[in-house]
Design a protein around this ligand. Structure first.
Ligand code: NAP
Length: 322
């Protein structure tokens, strides 16, 4: 089982096609010790990119990842780490939440670096678009973060295609650091943004993708086929809003249909769903998530499934989720 490394869009940075992120899990489900176990399992499989965000667990996720990596003793040059800015962690303080203004971005990155215990993150994302701040102001601020050496590359998350193109063009016009990557949701039940909305951006501006929720928060593992299992994401306080999506009958019927394809390939549903995301060459890296090391090990097994996704299998998958 060999990890593949892909260029992050047109940049020279190579990221493992499967990566590992900390949303929901670090802080709420995993302490530093368990987080280190999951990180170690991912790295053992060849993962070199670890995703995070300021807002995850109110800043605690960055602290935990920083401490866990420190405990594991990984040399800084050997991994790629990210953060994302937008929601803020100072409550509703004016200028510091739900924004991409210059004040917030330049102060926000300093807070993230402090919590990580790092001098720089490799990637920094604008976690959502902000209609109240001119794109030009955000582009200058993000480019300044890169110029100051606080991040190496910047990108966006869940931005409309037109805004990504506008940001890129502003950067081009002013000789600033351009956005390199976008972080959209992408899985068997959420395909439109990656496959249609961004279709022109890959060749036009060389956009790379770090995609999220390959298992639709666990739905695509089949664990919600017969209701909500104990200890799963749907049972966590604060994530009640996910419950309807995870238990929806129509979605679970699609998962049931996918189970036949997985069974014929001799893999788990999780491995099939993750491999399917990685099969798209526009995807630089599929960010996986896990609440325990055994899930990491299982999910990394998607690498073995990837070569088996030929046209006939892909057609069966399409039919199952149509
Ligand atoms: N940019 C954004 O806006 C954004 C948004 C969301 C996520 N992300 C990034 O993407 C990463 C991945 O997202 P995600 O956590 O939603 O990914 P996901 O793969 O859709 O869901 C992961 C969750 O599914 C369950 N799971 C995973 N593997 C399993 C297995 N083999 N068997 C059974 N259950 C399994 C676990 O939850 P339980 O065990 O608790 O059920 C796990 O925490 C995040 O950590 C974050 O870095 C970014």
């Amino acid at each position: 089982m060999e990890m593949q490394y892909r260029r992050l869009g047109r940049s020279g940075l190579k990221v493992s096609v499967l990566s590992f992120g900390s949303w929901v899990t670090f802080g709420d489900q995993l302490d530093v010790g368990l987080a280190a176990d999951c990180l170690a399992a991912a790295r053992e499989a060849g993962v070199n990119f670890f995703d995070n965000a300021e807002a995850y667990a109110g800043g605690e996720s960055e602290r935990i990842m920083g401490r866990a990596i420190d405990r594991l003793g990984w040399p800084r040059h050997s991994y790629v780490v990210s953060t994302k800015l937008y929601w803020g962690i100072h409550g509703a303080t004016v200028n510091m939440s739900h924004t991409l203004n210059r004040k917030y971005l330049l102060q926000g990155i300093e807070g993230s670096l402090e919590r990580f215990g790092l001098e720089l993150v490799d990637l920094v994302f604008c976690h959502r678009p902000d209609p109240d701040t001119p794109v030009e102001e955000t582009v200058w601020a993000m480019s300044d973060i890169v110029s100051r050496g606080q991040a190496l590359y910047w990108g966006t998350s869940e931005w409309p295609a037109d805004d990504i193109r506008a940001a890129w063009e502003i950067a081009e016009r002013h000789h600033l650091h351009k956005p390199v990557m976008e972080q959209p949701q992408y899985n068997l039940l959420a395909r439109r943004t990656v496959e249609r909305d961004y279709a022109r951006l890959y060749d036009d501006i060389g956009l790379g993708l770090t995609t999220w929720s390959p298992l639709a928060s666990g739905l695509l593992t089949g664990k919600y086929l017969d209701g909500v299992p104990e200890g799963s994401r749907a049972t966590l306080p604060g994530y009640e809003w996910l419950r309807d999506m995870l238990t929806a009958a129509e979605a679970n019927a699609k998962v049931r249909a996918l189970a036949d394809v997985a069974s014929d390939l001799g893999c788990s549903l999780a491995q099939l769903a993750i491999a399917w995301c990685a099969h798209n060459p526009r995807v630089s890296t599929v960010i996986t998530g896990a609440s325990r090391p055994e899930q990491v090990v299982e999910n990394m097994g998607a690498l073995e499934v990837l070569p088996h996704l030929d046209d006939a299998v892909l057609a069966r998958i399409d039919a199952a989720v149509r």
